[in-house]
Design a binder for this molecule. Structure first.
Ligand code: CTP
Ligand code: MG
Length: 235
């Protein structure tokens, strides 16, 4: 869908945002669960939740915390509902989803690791779901050249990148659609829209944001630090 089709923010507070934060952060290293690693003096999870809470549609935030850190996470994000996460992201999302009351119609699934995601992106995804779409994901164009290789890393072909997109979070769904998708889930998926896609629903895109990068490797933490320095207004 086109960004011009997204209705203006309504401030209806009809949205729950799930923030899986129970990962180990093995690719970042450092021994601390990634969501608790600091960026500019604050844990990634605090950055992520503060920005989500600034979106006028958001009624509640549910954090899936590392099981050993539930009390510490409650103290860090006192406005959020905190549940113990699971062994995979999908299990953590399912645990958070079960804490969303039936009065909430729209659920967004985010990542604590996308700590700098702007409130406007949360609002755009929420508005697109409210307009009646069954699944909405932020998307960015692919900037690099993409090639398909064989098992020996020899190039087989250059792939046309025009129709390819990098997909971010938050990903938004009607609550019932996400519940149905998770009830049907068998193997582990990295992305909730993939589960909803399997149910036969059309997934729609809205324009993503460079600020919604997923902090995965040490380089990403450096980039996020630079983004905060270059754009103090995104704090
Ligand atoms: N996540 C989670 N529960 C898990 C695994 C991941 O809640 N069992 C969360 C992470 O905390 C993160 C998001 O899912 O906010 C995206 O996952 P990823 O970037 O892969 O984070 P980690 O799994 O922590 O990192 P790594 O894969 O490098 O260990
Ligand atoms: Mg992971």
């Amino acid at each position: 869908m086109d960004s011009r089709d997204v209705p203006a923010p309504t401030g209806r507070r009809d949205v729950a945002v799930l923030v899986p934060a129970a990962g180990l952060g093995l690719r970042l290293g450092g021994g601390t669960p990634k969501a608790l690693r600091e960026l500019a003096g604050e844990p990634l999870l605090v950055h992520a939740c503060r920005r989500v809470a600034q979106a006028p549609s958001v009624a509640m935030i549910v954090v899936a915390a590392p099981p050993a850190e539930v009390d510490a996470v409650r103290a860090l994000v006192p406005g959020a509902t905190v549940v113990p996460g699971g062994a995979t992201r999908q299990e953590s999302v399912a645990a958070a989803l079960s804490a969303v009351p039936a009065t909430i119609d729209i659920v967004l699934v985010h990542d604590a690791a996308r700590a700098l995601t702007p409130p406007d992106l949360v609002e755009a995804v929420a508005a697109a779901v409210r307009s009646g779409l069954p699944a909405v994901v932020p998307a960015l164009p692919v900037v690099d050249t993409v090639k398909r290789v064989d098992t020996a890393d020899r190039v087989l072909e250059t792939v046309d990148r025009t129709p390819l997109r990098i997909i971010q979070t938050p990903q938004g769904f009607p609550r019932q659609t996400l519940l149905a998708a998770h009830a049907q889930a068998t193997d582990d998926h990295t992305d909730d829209a993939g589960l909803v896609e399997r149910l036969g629903h059309q997934v729609h895109t809205v324009p993503g944001s460079d600020l919604a990068l997923k902090i995965t490797r040490p380089l990403d933490l450096l980039i996020a630090t630079a983004l905060l320095t270059a754009h103090p207004e995104v704090r």
